[in-house]
Design a binder for this molecule. Sequence first.
Ligand SMILES: Nc1ncnc2c1ncn2[C@@H]1O[C@H](COP(=O)(O)OP(=O)(O)OP(=O)(O)O)[C@@H](O)[C@H]1O
Length: 696
Amino acid sequence: MPKLAIAKECLQQFGGLDKPLRDKITETLAKFEAATHTGIHMEKIADALNTRYRSIRINQFYRGIVLAPETGDAYTLLTVLPHDDAYMWARRRHLTVNRATGAIEVRDVTTIYETLPELVKAAEATPDRLFAHVNDADLTRLGIDESTLPIARTLTDTVQLDALKPVLPETQWDALAGLASGLSPEQVWSELGADIVDEPYDTDDLDAAVARSTDRIVLVDGPDDLMAIFAHPFALWRIYLHPTQQAVVDATFRGPARVTGGPGTGKTVVALHRAHRLAQQTTDPVLVTTFTSTLTDSLHAGIKLLATSPEVLDRIDVQHLDKLTHQVFRDRHGVPKLLSAADETQLWSSIIERLELPFTKAFLAAEWRHVALAQRVSSAAEYLSAKRTGRGRRLGANQKAQVWRALWEFENALRERDHWTNETVCREATRLLEERTDKPYGHIVVDEAQDLSPEQWRLLRAAVPDGPDDMFIAGDTHQRIYRSHVSLREVGIKVTGRSSRLNLNYRTTAEILGWSLQLLRGERIDDMDGQLDSIAGYRSDVHGMPPTTKGFGTQSDEVGYVADTVQAWLESGIAPGEIGIATRAKRLGTKMQDELFKRGVPVRSLEKAKGATDSVSVGSMHAMKGLEFRCMAVAGVGAKQVPAAGTITPVEEDVQTHDRDMQRERCVLFVACTRAREDLLVTWSEEPSPFLVPLV
Ligand SMILES: Nc1ncnc2c1ncn2[C@@H]1O[C@H](COP(=O)(O)OP(=O)(O)OP(=O)(O)O)[C@@H](O)[C@H]1O
């Protein structure tokens, strides 16, 4: 029976076609396995650059181009195009095997040949060469072959390289783009997928190369599999992973492991695939968790797209972390009486007054959370020797004794009133899990790890036995938007030596990513494992318009302009559900919603509505975490709103906490801006935020 494999390019094209044509393609290909009987017509193509190209008829106007096998029965669908374009494709494009990875590559030989004289002419006008810093041996080692090398040597800037993307062999172009973005040859080498580079390849064996190209070509396993692939043509991440993503998904780790990387690099995608793979290999439950409910919903939707078997799906428990914590608590103690924020403030005030302490409520509350709870301090002696990393105000022994007295009184009051906070519920749930010898999960996968508190980490550690692949952690400390700062080591989770990094952004254009990264330039951001993280090497291969930044005299002018822009996006064919508006202050978000509602634009609040939508989404910058939109407006980025004054500890009170608060506010803005896929508008009224000043 003939087998069919589908190249990524086909699925991308498929997503952009009309429904009747998509149905026709699915129908034709579904018959493929029975082709010998139904006689699907495969024709040889005169003058094709590869004698194994065949065309298949989809309908009167469309043809697919297939690579027929030399021997055997595995066919690869390379492209689906209108009749003449399909034949032209086959006459211009050559298939070769990449020297470094052994994977198949397509190159548009004719266009390359036609472009070369222009490149040579441009190169004669300048001594600059884009790859002057890389020697031939390194380029060759990275898979640049003798046809591409002279072109690479002629390039003078990245604009030329970008223009060659559709015509150069993909893997070779990726290697050149990595080098051009500042990665060293070693870093590019590791991005190519170090585990496949040692085999001695037969560069003439196209069929073996197709089988190796799992990041670009998927083998269809019967008609049901075909239907599943074509049912979600935009979810390319389900099928085609970058070699660095695939390596992390497939690896076996002796203990906790993690993946880091900038926004949109596919950390969530990797976490989902890994959870799915673990669930396929084990009978133990696999927990997939994160810290917000919107994110939990989207993880759930992702797992449902991946897991086609009901048994595997049943084994994966996607749970909001707070919900899981409360569940463990409730199973033993029933529903806790939670202390409200106002009651907590009141309690600190009364303690300060009664003990006549020279500290503020905010200071004591932070000391309780970030020192006492974070380090499980339970006695005066432990508090005296506790690390106060990140706390700027130094305390003498007497002051520490006073603070400890206040913390003790606070906890005592909670006990006497049988009141709980989310933190003490988590602490108790952790204790309950630590007691258990039968842990509820065999594996745990955590997304957006940067925002979990130390107590939440201990809870997760206690919910899974120590062992291979016990915990998998995806996160990016540049996107930390809450107060928690954790050293994984200090909460008993050792990831050193089991950490991988993703660099290639799949979401945002290079222009939006580059602009947004400038918001964080120079910031010293930890990596949760005792080192500093870095933004070097993050890149996007997709280009678009630079972000638009615009200031207004009044807020109502700003609201009007954002609403005009949203209407223009809608008129240009963008669906309402593909548009997002983020604000730091909720009040401005409400104004935006009112304005759009008045103009008859369907709009919803992210904080209130859930699930898929065909409305414009308006939400706080925090609510944007984990989401993405084709077009994004980040509004109200004025000096009075960003950083949000109420969230910044005064310098006089604690300089280190002040600095962390400022950094966190930058990260919040960074997260909002990096949700945009194609278009980003950033606005403010009166003075711009100090974070924007160097950029506008
Ligand atoms: N291999 C892939 N092929 C196609 N699309 C991909 C691939 N990997 C990721 N993507 C897409 O890139 C976008 C970002 O992926 P994802 O949300 O996993 O990134 P992330 O690193 O978790 O982002 P963030 O940290 O900003 O939340 C998504 O639209 C996802 O579908």
